[in-house]
Design a protein around this ligand. Structure first.
Ligand SMILES: Cc1ncc(COP(=O)(O)O)c(C=O)c1O
Length: 459
């Protein structure tokens, strides 16, 4: 690196440490002198940091750069749109790209989910769905239906309403008291389901909770098709079908939170299609634009939208930039690319190979479980494979933050070592990844997990 370049990188480091407040980040690490990882460029499945080092983006940035990076053609669609109509809002007005995108999404979405309410991101989509559920019930004569049932350890975003659905205690506690009404049931962590407890009990827990709260007080159930936090918990057979029945029994809206699980991540346009259920509302964001522009959406069934389409009713809710013309144009170009380039077919064709690669790591004693669907997989790390004993908080800290995260990054693989539930390594590669890329991932994962095994004195 030339001296001037080095000086520029040092200046960026200094400015980042002094002025940038990174999200969900221990800023103290940088005050103590660690370098901020500064990503400056992306191309395909790779990104480069300010020092010129290349990384495999095994997390699609944050489960969102589904087409990989560096799509100048899609950026161009945004630039063209900005020249034609830079911005107009969707408050009382419409513009062609938002109309076209809503129509396109309605075509792709399952069943009668035909009404699209745009947002600027996923948390706003969840917030919108929770508010819509409340107003819907008020409009249809059930004013006391206000509560939402979500799952333990699930992440549904950080706005105060969405946070009341988020089931990660440390994320909730600093902001209490939260918006009232958030209730939680067990997630579908089948790996840790106590012996003798039938998997069917997981869906029945939703029914029990509705009865416990009082069905006349419950507005909605919100769940991801595959729950990210905790490590890609997939649903047992028939789980969502039973939850659907329970929702119908008690006039409770079923919200499928597909901020991650839509747009090919699970090998279908929508996660609900993979597991063959029909929610009342889908919340989404991230891959809708391939992350080339920020955007989210709430997709609502005709049945739930209907009371808002009559007389003088209004859904009293909105965001200035929701359905932004530039983001909408980029989303349309992204959906074109998904179709034209067979991106979702690629996930279907190769998810088995991704899984096979991860399963091959089971010979390492630290690998307790491998789970997930599509290009959305996790490895759960355990202290003892036979007893499934997990690591203490201090051990998890040493293991994940003290070794694995840094070591993976050092060796050029970005993925997530996470302990919001039990310790897991999460992989969510760009949907354009192929088995050759999985070999690259393995070439980093295996030695790092071997290192972790010997550091924790396992095996
Ligand atoms: C399932 C789910 N819901 C909501 C959110 C919040 O989305 P955003 O960060 O775009 O607000 C996320 C973010 O990862 C998510 O995974």
């Amino acid at each position: 690196m030339a001296t001037t370049e080095k000086a520029a990188v040092e200046a960026l480091q200094e400015q980042a440490k002094r002025h940038l407040w990174m999200h969900f980040t221990r800023m103290g690490d940088y005050r103590r002198g660690e370098d901020v990882p500064i990503i400056v460029r992306g191309e395909g499945v790779y990104v480069w940091d300010a020092n010129g080092k290349r990384y495999f983006d095994g997390l699609s940035a944050l489960f969102c750069s589904n087409l990989g990076h560096g799509r100048a053609d899609i950026a161009q669609a945004g630039a063209d749109q900005a020249k034609e109509l830079d911005f107009y809002s969707t408050w009382s007005y419409a513009h062609p790209r938002a109309i076209e995108l809503a129509t396109r999404i309605a075509d792709l979405a399952p069943g009668d989910l035909n009404r699209v309410f745009f947002t600027s991101g996923g948390g706003e989509a969840v917030e919108s769905a929770l508010k819509l559920a409340r107003q819907y019930h008020k409009l249809t004569g059930n004013p006391n239906k206000t509560k939402v049932i979500a799952r333990e350890v699930a992440y549904h975003g950080t706005p105060m309403g969405a946070l009341s659905a988020t089931g990660i205690t440390p994320f909730r506690v600093p902001f209490e008291p939260l918006t009232p009404g958030g209730c939680h049931v067990p997630n579908t962590n089948v790996y840790r389901l106590p012996e003798g407890v039938p998997v069917e009990s997981l869906a029945e827990a939703v029914r029990e909770r509705i009865l416990f709260e009082g069905p006349e007080t419950v507005a909605a159930v919100i769940m991801e098709p595959v729950q990210n936090a905790g490590g890609t918990f997939t649903p047992p057979d028939g789980y969502f079908q039973r939850v659907r029945e329970i929702c119908d029994e008690f006039d409770v809206l079923m919200i499928s939170d597909e901020v991650i699980c839509a747009w090919g991540r699970l090998g279908e346009w929508f996660g609900a299609q993979r597991y063959d259920y029909l929610p009342d509302i889908i919340t989404t964001a991230k891959g809708i634009t391939g992350a080339i522009a920020p955007m989210g959406a709430m997709i609502v069934s005709d049945r739930i939208a209907e009371p808002f389409m009559e007389g003088e009713e209004i859904f009293l809710h909105g965001f200035t930039f929701a359905g932004h013309p530039v983001a909408s144009a980029i989303a349309l170009a992204t959906l074109d690319a998904y179709e034209r380039e067979g991106v979702i077919d690629n996930v279907r064709a190769n998810e088995g190979a991704l899984r096979e690669m991860l399963e091959s790591l089971r010979d390492l004693p630290i690998v307790g479980d491998v789970r997930g669907a599509g290009y959305f997989q996790s490895i759960e790390l355990v202290k003892d494979r036979d007893t499934k004993e997990t690591f203490s908080d201090e051990e998890a800290e040493t293991l994940l933050r003290g070794y694995i995260s840094g070591e993976l990054f050092e060796r050029g693989l970005i993925c997530r070592a996470d302990d919001r539930g039990d310790p897991v390594i999460q992989l969510s590669p760009p949907l354009i990844s192929t088995p050759e890329h999985f070999a690259e991932i393995e070439a980093v994962l295996r030695p790092v997990l071997e290192g972790a095994t010997s550091r924790m004195r396992l095996g």
